[in-house]
Design a protein around this ligand. Structure first.
Ligand code: ATP
Length: 360
């Protein structure tokens, strides 16, 4: 059992930078948790505290129910993989993977058995005799992963391990990593600022901003129901649209006014009477070339053909939003179109705080 529990973890640098601010987070045994957030939000610092490379001002780190806050890294049964592969160029792949086991004076036969097992998992068996200076970036990163997993850690920590690889390799290695971690069943925490990577890999994603965890959930839940405007903007490409609106209830109708246009919808969340931010994803708005009941009038500003669909920037009143349209949709810049947002995909946010307004 290697559940990881963080309780009220805080790290302040130089008495003023609150790199990590009162974070509570539980990662279940065998779970793959991704820490996602923009540069400088505290992801690496949080991970370093789990590893024992950084000491928290406040709070506790528990691994497998044991308080490890005061333990050095080597006593925590963790293994780390960093962005820089940090493999030794003058050693063979075999010796690189064997390094930690040798430090622990593991018997020779066991070293061979475990190194070969780890190499097989990351598909490096044919390269065991090569010097790592003769490997590609992707192969070196596999060596780094094998070196971590060969130690049979209770917890695997990875800090942007794919970011030094070229785009195509990232894509292949991402899927490989997902298979590998699923096979290993090791509790894993993975740091990235790449939301696609986070969505594709994580069982759950913890979104961070300015030292705080702002939302934890499955990739689909975080995408579909962002807890804040920040999360909706950070996850998804394009980001979620946020439109200023005013809600109104009248004779059993619920309406949201977007400038001169108004949408009639089945229901509003309980607390939305007045100014709101309406969140809607590009793929949840149906575009029509002619006026349709229930659709609002808009103008096409930009049309971007993306192969599988068109990305259309539309203007409603003085507000812009991006929508997805089928490739055969007759979109032309500076022509009218009509938009029908799917009512059950509308999300509601408080314009003052950016927090989601709960359904009531
Ligand atoms: P990135 O994606 O750019 O690596 P991050 O989310 O991992 O960013 P951290 O590296 O954890 O962010 O940094 C969080 C904040 O703490 C930043 O403002 C950073 O400048 C600051 N910080 C990190 N390490 C130190 C340090 N050793 N001394 C002082 N400030 C630090």
């Amino acid at each position: 059992m290697a559940e990881i529990r963080l309780e009220g973890i805080t790290k302040v640098f130089d008495k003023k930078v609150r790199a990590v601010d009162d974070v509570d987070l539980t990662v279940a045994d065998q779970e793959f948790m991704v820490l996602l957030g923009p540069s400088g939000c505290g992801k690496t610092t949080l991970m370093r505290m789990i590893a024992g490379l950084e000491y928290p001002e406040h709070g506790r780190v528990l691994i497998g129910g044991r308080d490890v806050t005061d333990l050095p890294p080597r006593k925590r049964r963790i293994a780390m993989v960093f962005q820089s592969y940090a493999v030794f160029p003058h050693l063979t792949v075999f010796e690189n993977i064997a390094f930690g086991l040798r430090m622990q004076r593991t018997p020779k036969a066991e070293v061979t058995r475990r190194v070969e097992g780890a190499a097989d998992l990351v598909q490096l068996t044919p390269y065991l005799g090569r010097y790592s200076a003769q490997l590609s970036g992707g192969q070196r990163q596999r060596v780094a992963v094998a070196r971590a997993i060969v130690m049979n850690p209770a917890v695997l920590l990875m800090d942007e391990p794919l970011s030094n690889l070229d785009a195509l390799l990232r894509l292949t290695f991402r899927a490989e990593l997902k298979r590998l971690v699923a096979e290993l069943k090791t509790t894993t925490i993975y740091v990235t600022h790449d939301q696609v990577e986070a969505m594709s890999l994580g069982d759950r994603v913890a979104v961070m901003r300015e030292g705080k965890v702002v939302q934890v959930g499955t990739p689909m839940a975080v995408y579909d129901r962002p807890a804040t405007q920040f999360v909706g903007s950070f996850i998804g490409s394009p980001p979620m649209n946020f439109l200023r609106g005013r809600t109104e209830r009248e004779n059993g109708y619920a309406r949201v006014h977007l400038g001169a246009e108004a949408l009639t919808i089945p229901a509003l969340p309980a607390r939305t009477d007045g100014e709101v931010l309406v969140g809607i994803r590009a793929e949840n708005v149906v575009a029509e070339a002619t006026p349709t009941p229930g659709a609002i009038a808009a103008r096409t500003e930009v049309v971007e053909p993306l192969g599988s669909h068109l990305l259309v920037t539309a203007i409603v009143g003085d507000q812009r939003l991006k929508i997805q349209a089928r490739t055969d949709f007759p979109a032309q810049p500076d022509t009218p179109l009509w938009l029908r947002p799917e009512p059950d995909k509308l999300r509601w946010y408080d314009p003052a705080t950016g927090q989601e307004i709960a359904a009531g």
